[in-house]
Ligand binder design. Structure first.
Ligand code: FE2
Length: 132
């Protein structure tokens, strides 16, 4: 085995491989608390009616916000449908995105993604029902 192979990190252990999620909500690690996007949205909305969604990163434990370590973007999807994105710069913006949605068909969940330049992409979810 070459030294390169010995130092290779398995995908499950690599924060930059895939999307990271909280593994156990009852026992979150500090890394999870700092990175998981928290979605605040109604549980049920009427079809095509506007409603607000708030996404906060670092709500459970503050995430650093400096040029060497910061949240670079936040994105929002309804299931696999792309909805919105906010690009952020260090220090002078905070990793919070507020937007207004109007969903026109049933989705099971809102999915927010936050990307940290040092710790990869993290996903948070919130169930949502769209009614007629
Ligand atoms: Fe980070």
């Amino acid at each position: 085995m070459s030294s390169h192979a010995m130092t290779a990190v398995k995908c499950e252990e690599d924060l930059f491989c895939g999307v990271n999620m909280v593994k156990d909500c009852e026992h979150m690690t500090d890394l999870e608390k700092k990175h998981q996007p928290i979605i605040t949205a109604p549980k049920s909305v009427k079809k095509s009616q506007c409603f607000e969604v708030l996404i906060e990163v670092g709500k459970l434990m503050e995430h650093p916000n400096e040029p060497g370590h910061y949240i670079g973007f936040v994105e929002l999807y309804a299931d696999h449908t792309y909805l919105a994105r906010m690009d952020l710069t260090a220090r002078r913006t905070c990793p919070v995105m507020k937007t207004t949605l109007s969903l026109d068909h049933t989705h099971g969940k809102l999915r927010a993604f936050a990307h940290c330049n040092l710790h990869g992409t993290w996903e948070g979810r919130a169930e949502i029902e769209v009614t007629d």
